[in-house]
Design a protein around this ligand. Structure first.
Ligand code: SF4
Length: 347
């Protein structure tokens, strides 16, 4: 075993995390769900979601058979909903074509929806002990600093270099412990803004530390100012105070989640309602604008409360619209700002 891996494993023995819920009974299914949740989300946030998810969908077949809406509801709050949709789709594929198990081939696992090279390696290393390197955000940071790999890891050349170091350092034995140790190193020792170099097991060979310049590694993503889009969200109430929600199309932002009807900022609400045969009794209030930021744009939302004259005349596509009762809420996958607005409205 190489010296780097040896030092990492010795550190893990004394300081690594060994009681995370997905480390207990690490089947492919349990590891996979944890890996998907941990993309973009911290361990402490993931734990309660993971435990609830496992109670509700204890195995791949339960997940495959559940309606997508139920899966999105269990995911509400974790964000990046494409992850939940891919999880559901992959569960159906595994149930249908692989008898509910993950295939043993790395290339096959990597072809499943939502599973990239690092996630495929993690699933096979943690559940089957295959000696495969991982390269999540934490590991990238440790390797970029230790080997002084400059540049933003989103660039192909930089990523390639990091994978080469990951392959070089990963041992053939104790790979599950080693991979977990590397993730722990990134989240406990070689942290983003205040690395604990004095407690680091690889400090003696760390190039960034030798340069007194860990801040430069990994390189930052080139900054771009995000464009701003503005929309009105219509909080349409009927006389019984129920609120109209509609399900968004499967593709695009918040795909498949439930939301308020939306209009461009310049859209005329009265005209829009009249065209649908809905009569407005009163424009009740405009709530303060709120901003939701996606990776590629800001969305400024102006919520407008409208009281409709009667619900009876509404012509709705039944499976795409529903009347939401604030005091007996349905279990739905809600877009994050919609969930926050509904919770404000219920108080
Ligand atoms: S010595 Fe410091 S910068 Fe280098 S890997 Fe360890 S914690 Fe990170």
């Amino acid at each position: 075993m190489n010296d780097f891996a040896q030092r990492i494993l010795t550190w893990f023995e004394h300081h690594g995390r060994k009681d995370l819920p997905w480390q207990q009974n690490p089947t492919g299914y349990r590891v996979w769900v944890s890996e998907i949740m941990l993309q973009q989300t911290q361990v402490s946030t993931v734990i309660p979601y993971y435990e609830r998810f496992m109670q509700r969908f204890p195995d791949v077949f339960t997940l495959a058979q559940a309606p997508l809406d139920e899966v999105l509801h269990a995911w509400s709050g974790l964000g990046y909903y494409a992850r939940a949709r891919n999880l559901h789709q992959t569960a159906q594929l595994l149930a249908r074509e692989y008898a509910g198990e993950f295939p043993a081939g790395h290339a096959q696992v990597q072809q499943l929806p939502g599973i990239g090279r690092s996630t495929a390696s993690a699933i096979l290393a943690f559940s089957q002990g295959q000696p495969l390197p991982i390269l999540d955000g934490n590991v990238k940071r440790v390797l970029a600093r230790h080997h002084a790999v400059s540049g933003w890891p989103g660039q192909t050349q930089v990523l390639k270099q990091l994978w080469q170091f990951a392959e070089l350092n990963t041992p053939d034995e104790q790979v599950a412990a080693y991979n977990q140790a590397m993730m722990d190193m990134g989240s406990l020792i070689c942290t983003r803004s205040q690395p604990k170099c004095a407690a680091c097991p690889i400090a003696s060979t760390c190039a960034a530390l030798a340069q007194h310049d860990w801040r430069s590694y990994p390189g930052k993503k080139p900054r771009k100012d995000l464009p701003v889009r503005r929309v009105q969200m219509l909080i349409l109430r009927d006389p019984a105070k129920r609120i109209l929600l509609e399900q968004r199309p499967p593709q695009g932002i918040w795909g498949g989640l439930w939301s308020f009807p939306e209009l461009p900022l310049s859209g005329d609400i009265t005209q829009w309602c009249t065209a649908k045969g809905w009569r407005i009794l009163e424009h009740q209030a405009d709530l303060p604008v709120r901003r939701h930021t996606f990776s590629h744009f800001h969305l400024d939302i102006l919520p407008r409360e409208i009281l409709l004259a009667e619900p009876g005349c509404l012509i709705l596509e039944e499976d795409k619209h529903l009347w939401y009762n604030l005091h007996q809420p349905n279990e739905l996958g809600l877009a994050a700002p919609v969930a926050r607005l509904l919770s404000e409205l219920s108080q």
